[in-house]
Structure formats: C-alpha cells, structure tokens
Design a protein around this ligand. Structure first.
Ligand SMILES: *Cc1c(COP(=O)(O)O)cnc(C)c1O
Length: 347
C-alpha cells in the first residue's frame, strides 16, 4: 500500500530506532531527561528563540500557546481554515475560553489589511470581546488546508508589525515550517523572528514517531510549562521519543526538498489525466490537493485504495495527498499509474 494520506504516516528508520533505543533518559517532569533537554536546546537554537518545551502533539503545543497568551474572553484572530481553529476539536474554546474571529485567507494567507478590520478602536457600547482588543493573532506556515502554501516573509512582517503596534501577541503554527524553509531557503529563525511563540512538529515530514516543540522567550516558555502540566502533558522518560526527533532534525531535515520534488512530479502527472483538475504551479511544498470532475471523491479514493494507493477525500470532489521521505520516485510513478487505472474503472 502506498500511503499518501498524511506525512504523519512516516515510519521511524532503523537508524532512528537505534538512536531511540540507546537514548539517555530521566524523568522529564522533574526536568531530568537529558534527551528531552537536548531536543529543546537544539530546537530553540534552530528557531532563534531562548527556550523550547517538548510536548506529545502539535495540537497540544498550539493549544498551550493559546492558553499561555490569553485569558478567557480574549479575541484571537485566525484564518478561516486554520488548523488551530478548525482541526483541533474546538480546543481553544473548550480550554482557553477565547473568542475566535476569522480572517478571509486565500490558501490560508491573509494580509495586514484583513487584520486591520478587527483592530478598530474599542467602542464603549461593545464588550471588549466584540470589537477588540485583539489579544492574539495566529498564522500557519506552511498552511495545511491551503495545500502546503508558504507565507511570504514580507506578509508575515506586515501582519506582525500591525498586530504588535496594537498590543497583540503572535503565534505561528509551524507544524510544517521546515518545509517553508526547505522550499525558500529562508531560515526557520527568520520566519520565527516575527512571533512570540512558534509550534513545530517532528512527527510529520521529519519522520519522527511523536512530538512537537513550542519555542519562545524564557518567560513565555516557563508559563507554557505550567499549562503543559495542567493539560496533562507532563511525561516522564520522554527521551525515548525525543531521541527520534533529534535524529530527524539531524538526518531528515536536510532532505525535505525530496518530498517537494515528488509532490511536484505527482502533480504534473495528475495534470495530464482526465477528470482531474489541478494547477501544479500551486504545489509549493509536500502537500497536493486536487479536484475531480464528474467523479465522487469517496468512490475514487475507495477504488484507488483497492488498487494500492491510500488518499484522503476532502469534501465531495476534493482529494488530499501528502509526501514524506518514505515515498520515493518509484512509488510516485506507481501511484500515478494506479490513479489512471482507477479513473478508467470509474467511468
Ligand atoms: C498536524 C498539524 C497540527 C497538529 O499536530 P498533531 O501532532 O497531529 O496534533 C497542527 N497544525 C498543523 C498545520 C498541522 O498540519
């Protein structure tokens, strides 16, 4: 089975498993796990921040960030298709009691102008939660539902400058920030410089089995550690998994461009097939989203699955495919051939 549902379907390599088996460990809740500490130091350094805290998931690092920056009733601005808003089971409303207000992003990317609309001076008729002040602005780079789209650095800086001038703090959901860097050559730290906190995932394209880090200033991360514990995320000999993440940073991080080349190859192959709508020019990183014409996405995905390719339907006629290091050129070409046969079988 060629599993293209998500880059979270990556498996640890034998070398990664060895690194994990041999990891030095301690009790992380007491701050005693040397592998967790090493991962936090390395991640903070890569992102150009003072400190980092390792957690089980990217959902948790995002939600701990929201809780760290806000109090119940605060306004949070997000893109209408943000992972933090749409794909985390309503967590920021449940755990932080914040009021999300949505921006009309295009492929997940909005502008300072969009943000400005929400920064109107507070009117005394309105409770502060209706017209402001905006406490937190969240961006996502690369953008998942946007199809792996990359935020231009200038657009990030414009939003950050405006937000900061109005007293808002900024969080970046950088689950796939590594991919923005691999595609543009702009260092993670340069992207991160505009944000108070950044969340990054090791369990996606990087291919580690578990975990994410939240990075920021010493002060902000100290507060985040309190909420990590409060949300039930204090884990013990986590060095076993942190060692996998460290291995991924060292050995897989430099190879992510391979996943972009394969995504592009796949998109170009798809563009030549009937009943598929895709603009390969929109494929910037490792995610490919395409539309079907005259075929139900559920039927298509089922037919392809029977033949050996696993994809994710997205709505009635959309499909999502994600590349990672386990999938190489021969699998890309085989997947295209299976898709071609599946389309023929369905007409
Ligand atoms: C996957 C993902 C997350 C959450 O990561 P989990 O580890 O699955 O909780 C957050 N943000 C984005 C953009 C993602 O794609």
């Amino acid at each position: 089975m060629i599993d293209l549902r998500s880059d979270t379907c990556s498996r640890p390599t034998p070398e990664m498993r060895t690194a994990m088996a041999e990891a030095e460990v301690g009790d992380d809740v007491y701050g005693d796990d040397p592998s967790v500490k090493a991962l936090e130091v390395r991640t903070a350094e890569l992102l150009g921040k003072e400190d980092a805290v390792y957690m089980p998931t990217g959902t948790m690092t995002n939600q701990v960030a929201v809780r760290t920056h806000t109090e119940p009733g605060d306004v949070v601005l997000l893109d209408q298709a943000a992972h933090v808003y749409l794909l985390e089971n309503g967590a920021s409303s449940a755990f932080s009691g914040v009021l999300p207000r949505l921006l009309p992003g295009v492929r997940g990317i909005f502008s300072a102008r969009d943000v400005e609309t929400f920064l109107a001076p507070m009117h005394h008729f309105f409770p502060p939660t209706i017209s402001g002040p905006v406490r937190l602005i969240c961006l996502e780079n690369t953008h998942n539902i946007g199809g792996g789209s990359i935020w231009p650095l200038e657009a990030i800086r414009d939003v950050a400058e405006l937000g900061t001038a109005h007293g808002a703090v900024l969080h970046l959901d950088g689950a796939r920030l590594w991919h923005a860097t691999a595609a543009t050559g702009i260092a993670e730290a340069d992207y991160a410089a505009s944000f108070d906190t950044v969340s990054v995932c090791f369990s996606k394209g990087l291919g580690a089995p578990v975990g994410s880090c939240l990075v920021g200033s010493k002060e902000v991360i100290a507060r985040a550690r309190r909420f990590k514990q409060q949300f039930g995320g204090g884990f013990r000999q986590a060095g076993i998994i942190a060692a996998g993440a460290l291995h991924a940073l060292e050995h897989h991080h430099p190879r992510l461009h391979e996943t972009h080349d394969n995504a592009r190859r796949f998109a170009e192959g798809l563009a030549a097939l009937p009943q598929i709508e895709i603009d390969p020019g929109t494929v910037e990183t490792n995610i490919v989203r395409f539309q079907l014409t005259g075929i139900d996405a559920g039927d298509f995905v089922e037919e392809a699955y029977r033949r050996g390719v696993h994809m994710l339907p997205s709505g009635r006629d959309g499909v999502r495919v994600v590349f990672y290091l386990d999938i190489q050129v021969p699998q890309v070409d085989e997947a295209l051939s299976i898709i071609e046969k599946s389309l023929k079988a369905l007409v």
